[in-house]
Design a protein around this ligand. Structure first.
Ligand SMILES: Cc1cc2nc3c(=O)[nH]c(=O)nc-3n(C[C@H](O)[C@H](O)[C@H](O)COP(=O)(O)OP(=O)(O)OC[C@H]3O[C@@H](n4cnc5c(N)ncnc54)[C@H](O)[C@@H]3O)c2cc1C
Length: 181
């Protein structure tokens, strides 16, 4: 059995941000993601963030030729029938999601977090009704990871939250196709 302070399930944007924050504060952090490293953060390509948010959240900046796709200032958005234009004056940065996610992974690793790709969360483990960690599958081998905190950063599927038993005090419903964009 392996011991960590925090097990983070999902190593994309949310998981990496949390991992960096906790590892840099001295916590022993393991991040697992079911995707291989060359697929992580590749559910779509371009995503954008308002430029001031990088400083606000201390995020690493994307780099031209690596993960930076574009930067522009000023935009116009229109309501459905085009009657209500709304001007935006801020600067927006567009990034290639896979490459930027890898940058976030490296950022968290350099803070001390450990990453395991192709490693899938299976279920939570309990002792006397309290969560003690999780059962994971790595290279087809099942392992128990002991952790004081298991963080669900698996996105919409919420693979950890939806495994919680009824009556645990947390909503454990599964988000269905009709609820998704
Ligand atoms: C079309 C579209 C465009 C968008 N554009 C923008 C944009 O421009 N700017 C913006 O800020 N946001 C945008 N968003 C929203 C943004 O993509 C999400 O908010 C963000 O990806 C959520 O990140 P996450 O890390 O929480 O989840 P995800 O990116 O979904 O990552 C979850 C991770 O968990 C892993 N995982 C899942 N199940 C398991 C398991 N059982 N075991 C281990 N790992 C598991 C997955 O492999 C994945 O890597 C957009 C969303 C969509 C759909």
């Amino acid at each position: 059995m392996e011991n960590y302070d925090v097990l983070i399930v999902g190593g994309s944007t949310t998981g990496s941000y949390l991992a960096q924050g906790l590892a840099s504060r001295g916590h022993k952090v393991l991040v697992i993601d079911k995707n291989p490293q060359n697929k992580i953060g590749s559910k779509y390509d371009i995503f954008h963030i308002a430029k001031p948010e990088f400083a606000r959240f201390r995020l690493p900046m994307p780099i031209q030729g690596e993960d930076l796709a574009f930067e522009f200032t000023g935009s116009e958005a229109y309501s459905a029938f085009g009657h209500y234009p709304k001007a935006g004056n801020g600067t927006v940065i567009g990034m290639h999601m896979h490459a930027y996610t890898l940058r976030l992974n490296r950022w968290a690793i350099s803070a001390g977090a450990e990453y395991r790709y192709e490693t899938r969360f299976i279920d939570l483990t309990y002792k006397a009704g309290r969560i003690t960690g999780a059962k994971i599958s790595q290279n087809g081998e099942e392992k128990i990871i002991k952790a004081q905190l298991v963080a669900d950063c698996s996105g919409i599927p919420s693979v950890v939250r939806t495994k919680l038993p009824d009556g645990y005090g947390v909503e454990n419903f599964v988000i269905g196709p009709k609820d998704m964009f």
